[in-house]
Design a protein around this ligand. Sequence first.
Ligand code: UD1
Length: 440
Amino acid sequence: MKGLGEIRITGGRPLRGTISIQGSKNAALPMMAAALLYRGVSVLRGCPAITDVFCMEEILRSLGAVTWWEGKDLYLDCSYADGTEISGENTGKMRSSLILLGVLLARNGKGTVGYPGGCVIGKRPVDQHLHVLKELGVCIVEEAHLLEASCERMKGNRVSFAKRSVGATEQGILAAVTAEGKTRLLNCAREPEIIWLCRYLRKMGAEIRGEGKSCIEITGVKEMKAGDMEVPPDRIVAGTYICAAAATRGRIVIENPPEGELDAFLKVYRKMGGQYIRKSGKLIADGRGTAYPVPYLETEVYPGFPTDLQSPLMAVLATVSGESCIRENIFEDRFRAAEELNKMGARITVFEREAKIQGGFPLRGCKVTARELRGGAALLIAALAAQGETIVEGCSFICRGYQHICKDLTALGGQITEDTGTAFYENIEIPKKIKHYTQT
Ligand code: UD1
């Protein structure tokens, strides 16, 4: 299907081999936003070359930044990035662009962004983002499809989030680092990506304490310095590959596993019969014994089971005999992969926020469609475990977060018979340098 990109997989082979994990999408995007706080060149080393990063790059360019890649490192020169408006077209492509609102305000005293987009996995309101900015003194006018914000200099405050939100916590941190005085953010999300963002900001001169806990304290500074840091490995990509190995009853070695960020997932993996050990900095995940269902599992904010691994896990559970049940607590519409998995022979019933998986029925290859990022990855996992050929359409969603999933799965022994990868980027205008990079 033109414009969507498709991947063809012939399943039935256990995955085996060694793999290294790309930089984290969810860590890189807020770090890119942070670069706007410094009028000069910042660097993200080992930045993932994925469409969400390209989209953020395009937005920063539209504000006046100059960006380029040197190998795997992304350079962002924000010396003259003084634009204050991000079009609805751009924010519609990617929800994380909303976190730019705080940095636009910090830099220019005003900012306008379109209502954000992102994967279609539920309502995804923005009230907590607006709440934290308003509490820092920002005046926000909500027009039809636009958010117009202004404030001469934000003022530190004590702000409590009504709900733990990764994006809103990042918004608050990014806004407060150059605000006047002290800010205390309460009921913050504790996801590792927030810790990475704070480490990056600290390198840039920010004064932050408490990241990774629910109360984060920030003392505003007048000026920031250049940021230069390695993007950490992507915990969700690592979990996806472990799921792929488990679904095919394979064994993989991850060279650069995320440190301690996958504990909740690995606990469930062990319950299914998967085994893992850490050795010389590597993680060996042996999924050959994967055989047991998971009677009940809920997705939760960190350190609970991550919602981003819910669909990949569902694909694995379809391959083991017995009944499993997953409750999705974070997003209300995140079981879109279930219907497609059922086309392949899975027996999954969804009722409101719960999915019941009657596992162990053989999966057969057929034509399926990815409708969002992680659900798309789940279809690839099921395809690797299925008999015969599966055609997964809609792969542009998968490219939002996985840099070279076809190459990685092929290296592990998966049979990817066709990959129309370069077509995936059709909807996003990629600067020439990057286009070359993604095609290699
Ligand atoms: C981030 C991740 C995404 C992950 C999610 C939850 C990035 C780029 N994306 O998304 O991969 O699935 O965390 O771990 O880092 N909410 C509100 N009001 C708000 C904001 C959020 O009610 O103002 C709700 C959302 O609708 C959702 C929940 O809070 O139900 C969690 O969302 P949030 O943590 O904000 O997710 P994102 O930051 O969008």
